[in-house]
Design a protein around this ligand. Structure first.
Ligand code: NAP
Length: 245
């Protein structure tokens, strides 16, 4: 049986590249999720046309109802989940037209509250992972590193992404807590936070200085497929190694 992975925000960017790599190179059945189903369905159908396993569902992380429906679908269709990739995220500190209230609320609802609630509700399905080894990956950022945020020698020290940075620091804390949760009552599981590096995607307004989405997905895929004895848990890393907290 193919291992099953759900990837949030996999209609474009790093999420799409991750889902495609898992389906094409590693034989996963991928659950492509997008807040607009019409954007995710072509990604899934193009994989199916090439003989891979993919299902598209709607999932908006700002809606409790949408999260609950996605969780119910996973349980009904698959009865378990091997890998959850909390990829979807926004960086809107650059939108100077937003009020501070909107900026903080939208960022934290999408980047922290939604992924936290989704993960919480998927724990029972993850505990029933057909592979016997549930894995959760949170897409984080080196911008969420407390050590980097206090290092004035870094070139990006002065970049004012305080809300995004705070949301990713919170994501790192969720990662550590869900690692503990999966191990409760003798359970198993690996939970990690991965920074993709600076990527040319919608989030960076397609900055050509960024790496490709496929390169950005490399470390995410590496951690997602690692079910060997040496596999890591509780790490905060990028493709070059561990990052300082
Ligand atoms: N790009 C970088 O340089 C970089 C660096 C460090 C970390 N990251 C992290 O990597 C992850 C992926 O980023 P990316 O560069 O691939 O960004 P992206 O191309 O903008 O893709 C983000 C995805 O998240 C989805 N999304 C946004 N709001 C959502 C919501 N409310 N509910 C469900 N899905 C939602 C988007 O859907 P729509 O298509 O509908 O908007 C899209 O599918 C993010 O967590 C980001 O913080 C990126």
């Amino acid at each position: 049986m193919s291992p099953i992975a759900l990837i949030t925000g996999s209609n474009q960017g790093i999420g799409r590249a991750t889902a495609e790599a898992l389906a094409i190179n590693h034989g996963f059945h991928v659950i492509i999720t997008s807040r607009n189903l019409a954007a995710g369905e072509p990604v899934a159908s193009s994989l199916r046309e090439k003989g891979h396993k993919a299902t598209a569902i709607q999932l908006d992380l700002t809606s409790e109802e949408s999260i609950k429906a996605a969780v119910a679908f996973v349980e009904k269709e698959f009865g378990g989940l091997d890998v959850l990739i909390n990829n979807a995220g926004i960086l809107i500190d650059v939108h100077k037209d937003l009020s501070p209230w909107e900026l903080y609320n939208r960022t934290f609802t999408t980047n922290v509250v939604g992924p936290g609630v989704l993960t919480e509700l998927l724990v029972p399905s993850l505990r029933k992972a057909p592979s016997g080894l549930p894995r959760i990956i949170f897409l984080t950022s080196s911008m969420g590193s407390l050590a980097y945020a206090t290092d004035k020698s870094l070139p990006w020290y002065g970049i004012d992404y305080k809300v995004y940075d705070a949301s990713k620091a919170a994501v790192n804390m969720l990662m550590l807590n869900f690692a503990r949760v999966l191990e409760e009552d003798g359970g198993v599981g690996r939970v990690n936070a991965v920074c993709p590096g600076y990527v040319n995607s919608n989030l960076t307004r397609f900055d050509a200085r960024g790496m490709s989405v496929e390169m950005g997905a490399r470390r995410v895929v590496e951690v997602a497929v690692d079910d060997g004895p040496e596999g890591v848990s509780r790490t905060f890393s990028n493709a070059n190694g561990e990052l300082p907290w």
